[in-house]
Design a protein around this ligand. Structure first.
Ligand code: GRF
Length: 219
């Protein structure tokens, strides 16, 4: 059976992208990286993809004043690449409901918070301002509401005295994000993970709650 094709959508540094491409390369994710799309030109993520021989395209958001036109162009690129799975990895665009609906069940995002807490931007600063003892990241299916689709897997770290938004972001990235995203995509690529009428199904069983990183290795 041929491997599903994976497209990754980025806007910046691309640390999640790198972790995903590493996992495709070493066989943890049984998918073929078919395309990397960046909404911004000249970002480091594009170089990581090129260095691994993955086709890249820049779809510059500034050239599309209308959101619908941007998403139509994006859908066309993904169709042409025959992408089966689409991973948003630091993609700084809000997709239209139409796009989310037509790619439902194969569109994933990583968000740096323990959803449903703190959708949107500035999560690390919000956690510090609220005095939360823990912070983390979530991988979720994308539906038509911002950062609110069903969460598959979450991981958390302790907030420690002296933390700044930067130190916290780095810890969440290193200890959580680059571990949980490849894992979810591996399940999806292997056909083990599905979205069934709003319910997440892993290995034929519906999940009642998001999985925790501690349970990841048992799966
Ligand atoms: C990550 O924190 C991700 O959760 C958020 O944007 C950041 C992207 O970082 N959505 P990178 O481009 O993967 O390094």
């Amino acid at each position: 059976m041929s491997r599903p094709k994976l497209a990754v959508l980025i806007s910046g540094t691309g640390r999640n992208l790198q972790a995903i491409l590493d996992a495709c390369q070493d066989g943890r994710i049984a998918a073929e990286p078919a395309l990397v799309v960046s909404s911004r030109p000249g970002v480091p993520g594009l170089e990581h993809a090129k260095a691994r021989g993955v086709p890249t395209t820049v779809l510059d958001h500034r050239q599309y004043p209308r959101r619908e036109d941007y998403d139509a162009a994006l859908a066309q690129l993904l169709d042409r690449a025959r992408a089966d799975l689409i991973a948003l990895a630091g993609f700084m665009r809000i997709l239209t409901s139409g796009f989310a609906r037509s790619h439902r069940g194969r569109l994933f995002n990583i968000h740096p918070s323990l959803l449903p807490r703190y959708p949107g931007l500035g999560t690390h600063a919000k956690v510090l301002a609220a005095g939360d003892p823990r912070h983390g990241a979530s991988v979720h299916y994308v539906t038509d509401e911002l950062d609110s689709g069903p969460v598959v897997l979450q991981g958390s770290v302790a907030v420690v005295p002296g933390d700044t938004a930067e130190t916290l972001a780095e810890r969440v990235m290193r200890e959580v994000e680059i571990r949980i995203y490849p894992c979810v995509l591996a399940w999806a690529a292997a056909g083990r993970l599905k979205l069934d009428v709003g319910k997440i199904v892993l290995d034929g069983r519906a999940l009642d709650a998001p999985l925790k990183i501690e349970e990841m290795d048992e799966r």
